[in-house]
Write a protein that binds this ligand. Sequence first.
Ligand code: ADP
Ligand code: MG
Length: 572
Amino acid sequence: MPIKILDQKVVSQIAAGEVVERPASVVKELVENSLDAGSTQITVEVKGGGVGLIRVTDNGSGIPAGEAELAFNRYATSKVNSLEDLESISSLGFRGEALPSIAAVAQVDMVTCAAGESAGDFLSLRKSVVVDRRSEGRAQGTTITVRNLFRRIPARLKFLKSPTTENSHIANVVSQYALAFPEVKFTLFIDGRAVLRTPGSGRLIDSVIEVYGPEVARHMVEVKNSDSGWQGGTTTSPPVISGMIGSPTISRSSRDYLSFFVNRRWINSRMLAWAVEEAYHGLLMQGRRPIAIINISIPPSEVDINIHPTKAEVKFQNDRPVFSAIQRAVRATLIDLAPVPKIEEVATAYATPPAPSQELWTSPAEKTSPATSPPVAQQVPMISLPALRVLGQLSSSYIVAEGPDGLYLIDQHAAHERILYEKIKQQRSHQEIEVQGLLEPAPFEVNPKQDEVLKSNYESLSEFGFSIEPFGDRTYLVRGVPALLNNKDWAGMIRELLDSSSRENKGDWTEKIITSLACHGAVRAGQILSDDEIRELVRQLEQSNMAYTCPHGRPTVIHLSSGQLEREFGRS
Ligand code: ADP
Ligand code: MG
């Protein structure tokens, strides 16, 4: 096909497609307009999954009769005048795209009446063109009715899900705004049934009761805003965090119960979800997600809301203060939520680092009852070591020991690797990985490739005791590491791990972490060990059921039997 300029109608439909993806997008745009108009009552009615009908009625400012038609022109808005205004947007809308986009893909009727006007103004649009206009009685406010969405765009219709699914997206949009604006009375009717009604009392808990039900509401607490710990510099003001979070006794299996608002604009953000989840670290079971409703109040100039067609994502000028403000506020709220026994455990784990020697040398056998782990030597006699008598250390790297049948030379690093490998596996299966909080959170920079791997594998790392959070562009903040890497080169370990990974499956990746942890946690060759440490290491190695090889498969022990020795010395 030769290059040609698209017909204006096609252009407007393509552009509309960015704003109006599905029925719920229409609801979102119309509700946002009603909120911008200062409404205290908003009623949403939908039929046929929103494809048949969407009607939003409000009691807001209304549109002056002289401007009603203009509202349907592209880039027509009453909310922004100049480029500078874009810097300080406090309204939800500002692009003037919603009404024209909706009118491009559906039939639209509007009745609106502004303050001081005696009658309302009725407008009817078909294919973006006003086909009817008359005055109609109406109290102050606006009603917009959208019918036959996407009827003329079969390709779009085809991509819609079942009416039930579309309804649930719509209900979610209305619910989210009901949570963000508890002072507004929301009512949602789906196919004639009232499915949501909020009282508009101004109290968030009242919206929570309606949206999530009384059972969840009973376990929700108000977020404590702890901006005292703010360290964001003097030029910016702290983000103020408000909202409610669920106590750790209630959790969900998905992130659907995490809601974020920036200046009460509903947004999606993985980073913010992460901040909340980090604050719950150690308090929820593996795979469980907290319930939280969080609003971030921040000067409009510090957030760019213009990066996404439906404004569903925003970009903070600086992610770090927002991340830590949320994490701190949520954490402080949880700590206040006594009695939650787990919190104390976590807090002490962070406050008092275990003595490293103890960590290094505690035998796994001491922690398990004999009933669950019979002496390994009896199970697999072929590959475990006999009881050894330590003779000493050689070249600060090898342990020399005597057994019932000759001499044993043990590679101290490889042997310790084997011991730690089994210990980590065991601790992990009991979810007992010990964590060491760092005294100062340490910044950790990664390259783009490492960044990719880290992003998608963060969760499995936290399973092993790493507490890592994003800290701006390709920088992370490490707050805790597995206890066995205390005073070790944990940064080197993470880097090596990230560099060595390509597209592994979960099992391989987990195995890699365990091997890597064991390797970096183990004593090095060249490290002088005390007699006690040597004996403890040998004792633990004796208990391993794979004592002769390290996790990489290299030998840990060289055994010279009495017979071999005699042969070597020419005695036989
Ligand atoms: P935007 O919200 O970005 O300004 P829209 O296309 O959504 O653009 O709306 C265009 C204009 O129509 C708004 O700027 C506002 O002046 C007016 N408007 C739309 N809906 C309403 C409403 N429910 N109440 C009052 N005014 C409205
Ligand atoms: Mg709008």
